[in-house]
Design a protein. Sequence first.
Length: 89
Amino acid sequence: MIEFRHDRPRWEQVADVIRERIAASVYRPGSRVPSENDLMQEFGIARMTAHKVMRALREEGTIYTVRGLGSFVSQPSDAKPPEDEASSK
């Protein structure tokens, strides 16, 4: 369990931990991430807090959910945005 800071909502702090684990390859693209129940147990948070964590990670594209199977780390985008033609001249 982590020690929560008082200046930030708990859901943001737990989401940060999940992002850090993804960046450290603890959870790799395509691998399953903890369920809401797992988050509740590991971090000692309420169901609504765990739900907010998962929703935020889904909305930002960090994870995706397959109904009945769970949530998984999204694949990193291989596509680079096109260069602005004005800046290349």
